[in-house]
Design a protein around this ligand. Structure first.
Ligand code: ADP
Ligand code: MG
Length: 503
């Protein structure tokens, strides 16, 4: 526990270390900072240096109950507010986030090791975009009129679900949180977020900022561990909807509890996304596209990372060489340095896991793993969780590196000769989140777009999630969609039928 009065700066700050200390030891419940009921905290580290940057409140069932009770009380008045006004308030939050983009970007770089220029600033701006997008949809919560009988008016109206529990991961925590809280709030729900134990600070600051605009209790934030804090949130009787982003393993646990309670759940889980490159593609654009697709700037820590790349044989060697050369030229280093392209892995646990996959790949007979980019030379970073991006060739399709989600800077490249065979290989995965196809042949591109088992297929590009485009996977990649108007209407509201007999 910290023995100093709690104070965060009113104005945007560029001192991310002071801000992280000021955010220490707190949940945000009912519009104010409160410590964990138990008084417990846990350490938050900067993965680039190993230094401790904060202590986060360690939430448990008592904190969950306090947050949910506050959210349930606030929800009644929030749901009665005209929906356009709710949207306007959420849009106003977008403005406040915009004013704090630099601060939020520095803070997320500090706690996650994501490079400021290539990742962190982009994420902070996207949060504002998402809040703006949903803020404008307050008037779109429309129902229908339903023909039934003369002298009977039958209509549907959409109503909020109540208190939404949102559980988020550490890779793009503020963006993924925005995808949940913005539609939930505009729809008239109130929210309790459980942040990821590796990245509790930036989302807490966002919660505090939004608390200056939203009524107390609408948006509450708890930090803590999965079984101790996440599980009681899912099982709390007043939580009427769960939206979860994380591993397929935990997604299944969350889904079982939600099934027992008979409440709806949205799950955004893992991926093992294929990128299919035909020989007639625009070569330079596609090599650059592979860098973006693999999310190398985020150390591959993305569920949509193109961790399987299939390249038509005539250009296979040239493609692998060009890709390796380009990744080699990327600068790995201090996440807060503007020159840095690639930051760190999030945690020691993930670092060890990724390293085990790399070691296994390197030990596989017939396989080659090319390590690209150089380790940072700065002695201040010697304890940093840096891993060189690896490009593997020569692996069998049944290798763990090809079938399992590594969530690190590791991609496996395969040559192919036959379009039908590569389509089958691409679909030979437990996951079905995203896919991309690179070709100038429209007929081939569209055939693949229709036949790939994925929630999102992109041709000649591979962007991250965008506000307004439905996002979500099939197979073990999840249930339900996020990011669009439909996602808000279908996943954060229910439809009530009202019939009026005026005969
Ligand atoms: P990762 O392995 O990448 O950390 P997880 O699925 O373990 O992904 O974590 C995603 C989120 O789910 C985190 O906020 C974590 O604390 C939470 N979580 C983990 N276990 C549980 C659980 N049993 N119930 C609810 N939430 C959990
Ligand atoms: Mg975990």
């Amino acid at each position: 526990m910290l023995d100093r009065p709690h104070q965060t700066p009113e104005a945007p700050t560029r001192d991310e270390r002071a801000l992280s200390r000021a955010l220490s030891g707190q949940h945000f419940i009912g519009g104010r900072f409160v410590p964990a009921r138990s008084g417990k905290t846990f350490a938050v580290h900067n993965p680039a240096t190993g230094e401790k940057v904060a202590e986060a409140a360690e939430g448990d069932a008592a904190d969950v109950d306090a947050a949910v009770t506050n959210a349930a009380t606030a929800q009644k008045a929030w749901a009665r507010m005209p929906s356009r006004k709710r949207g306007a308030l959420v849009a106003q939050c977008a403005g406040l986030i915009r004013a704090h983009v630099e601060e939020l970007a520095r803070l997320i770089a500090l706690e996650t090791g994501k490079a400021l220029r290539t990742e962190s600033r982009v994420e902070a701006n996207t949060v504002a975009d998402i809040l703006e997008f949903y803020g404008g949809l307050g008037s779109e919560l429309k129902g229908e009129s339903v023909p039934f009988a003369p002298d009977v008016l039958s209509v549907t109206v959409r109503e909020p679900l109540g208190v939404v529990g949102a559980i988020i991961p550490w890779n793009v925590p503020m963006l993924l949180m925005a995808l949940k809280i913005a539609p939930a709030l505009v729809a008239g729900n109130t929210v309790v977020v459980k942040s990821a134990e590796e990245a509790p600070l930036t989302v807490l600051r966002i919660c505090e900022l939004m608390g200056r605009i939203l009524p107390a209790g609408c948006f509450n934030m708890l930090s803590g561990f999965g079984p101790e804090c996440g599980a009681p949130l899912v099982s709390h009787p007043k939580v009427r909807k769960i939206t979860f982003t994380g591993s397929a393993e935990v997604g299944r646990i969350v889904s079982k509890t939600a099934a027992d309670k008979l409440i709806p759940v949205t799950l955004e889980l893992g991926g093992k996304s294929p990128m299919i490159v035909f020989a007639d593609c625009d070569f330079a654009k596609t090599v650059a596209g592979a860098i973006t697709s693999m999310r190398f700037t985020r150390q591959g820590q993305s569920c949509t990372a193109a961790s399987r790349i299939y390249v038509e044989r005539p250009i296979f060697d040239a493609f692998v060489a060009a890709l390796a050369e380009k990744v080699d030229a990327m600068v790995m280093g201090d996440p807060l340095d503007e020159k840095t392209d690639i930051g760190t892995i999030i945690s020691r646990e993930q670092f060890d896991k990724v390293q085990r996959y790399i070691d296994e790949g390197l030990a596989t007979a017939g396989a080659t793993g090319r390590a690209c980019s150089a380790m940072p030379a700065d002695p201040a970073l010697k304890k940093g969780l840096f891993i060189c991006p690896h490009i593997f060739t020569g692996l069998g399709h049944d290798s763990r590196l090809v079938q399992e989600e590594i969530f690190g800077p590791v991609t496996c490249v395969f040559p192919f000769d036959d379009a039908e065979a590569v389509l089958q290989a691409a679909n030979d995965s437990e996951y079905g989140l995203a896919a991309s196809v690179w070709t100038n042949n429209l007929r081939v591109a569209m055939a693949f777009a229709h036949r790939l088992e994925a929630g999102l297929v992109q041709i000649n590009q591979n962007l991250v999630v965008q506000a307004n485009l439905s996002y979500g996977g099939v197979k073990s990649s999840g249930l339900g969609k996020e990011a669009s108007l439909e996602a808000m209407l279908e996943h954060f509201m229910h439809k009530k039928t009202i019939m009026v007999n005026y005969q």
